[in-house]
Design a binder for this molecule. Sequence first.
Ligand code: CAP
Ligand code: MG
Length: 433
Amino acid sequence: MKIEWYHDFINKKYKPRKSDVKVLFYYEPAQGITKEDAIGRIASESSSGTWTTLTELPKLLSKTKAYAYSYDGHHVKVAYPIFIFEEGSVPGMMSGIGGNIYGMKAVKNLKLLDAELPLGYIKHFKGPTYGKDVIKKIFKRKSGPVTAVVPKPKIGYTALEHAVKVAYAIWKGGMDCVKDDENLTNQRFNRFEDRVKLVAKYRDKAEKETGDVKEAFLNVTAPDLKELERRIKLVHDNGFKYFMLDVLVSGYTAVQTASELAHDYGMAIHGHRAMHAMMTKNPKHGMSMLYIAKLMRLMGIDQLHIGTVIGKLVGKKDEIVATKEMIMRQEVDEIPGLRMPQKWGTIKPMLPVASGGLHPGLLPQIFDIYGTMDIVLQVGGGTQGHPMGIEAGARAVMQAIEAYKKGISLDEYAETKKELKSALEKWGCIKPK
Ligand code: CAP
Ligand code: MG
């Protein structure tokens, strides 16, 4: 008697419908398992199958089955009927296509590389409140970059030191935003509420003195959703147009909740991605950064860290460029084995964030890699390690940006800019590891 029906979820003749969700996986079968046995399990366990044949089946079964419709080498594409996913719920979708299949003994490695989401699925999401438009609408400029600094050391400053020693200094030095580090939330030595109020006070002072818009990415990442909502409201009530959320440690439900509030309050969300490398770093297993970024755009993150190629953290150029296109364009083509085609409809484009080990000497290369200056540029140690101090460190960053905009080399520009000169003397063009 037949006891399993995994192969019923493979159909090479199946022509995916426009309305299907089409997922691209990298996979490796476990030892002694055929490709078909692995693929059948992937399609079955992520949609409506189970390990054994069933005695009774629902009438709707045919509408709920996913089909592995194309496989070649270690890549397989699986089409899922849109009908099986709750409208407007990323947790709902991910419990299927990112769920039990990862634990199946028959599958040695599995990586979700991308999924083409039909417009019928996308239409249930609002996307970012501003996205790339933060440049125009919040900072009142025509083009980027938006510049930011994370106080370093990561933790240790009191709320007052954070606001005065770092935030006020970098604002005076010409940069736009102070960003909380990922592991700074609401510790006893720097309470969230104190930080918000003090950063707001010095923001007002810096805005008055410079005449420019100054902002902060205050980290609202919280232990529960009620507290998350309270922190977002506090940031809003203190006159900020932004808040920061650590999107993966908080989880999809928190991202969707925060996004609703961001739309209600007219705020932008800076998305930090701590923990991404647990999923993205292994090329054979986990989930790609490209797909994480796609989900974040869908759910309403306005700007997200996607890597630098040349900084201290992992990220290959082809993947970062493919991801940048995915989050900034209204339509992208397929890149075999890396990206599925995608149309975004009316969902706004995001801004990519380049961060991690940057300093003035690397900035021209960053703009070249991204192919645009419309990015958020975050320089932490690369401002605060400046030999002449934090405000001078911010000036050096702004001078490197000016040099690039004018088409002048950093060395030449540094001849008349002492802050840039000093930064180049310390760091040159080193690529930190
Ligand atoms: C950068 C940073 C950011 C990383 C995050 C840090 O500081 O504050 O969290 O960039 O990684 O803690 O390392 P520096 P990613 O500017 O001093 O390096 O952008 O890859 O998500
Ligand atoms: Mg950090």
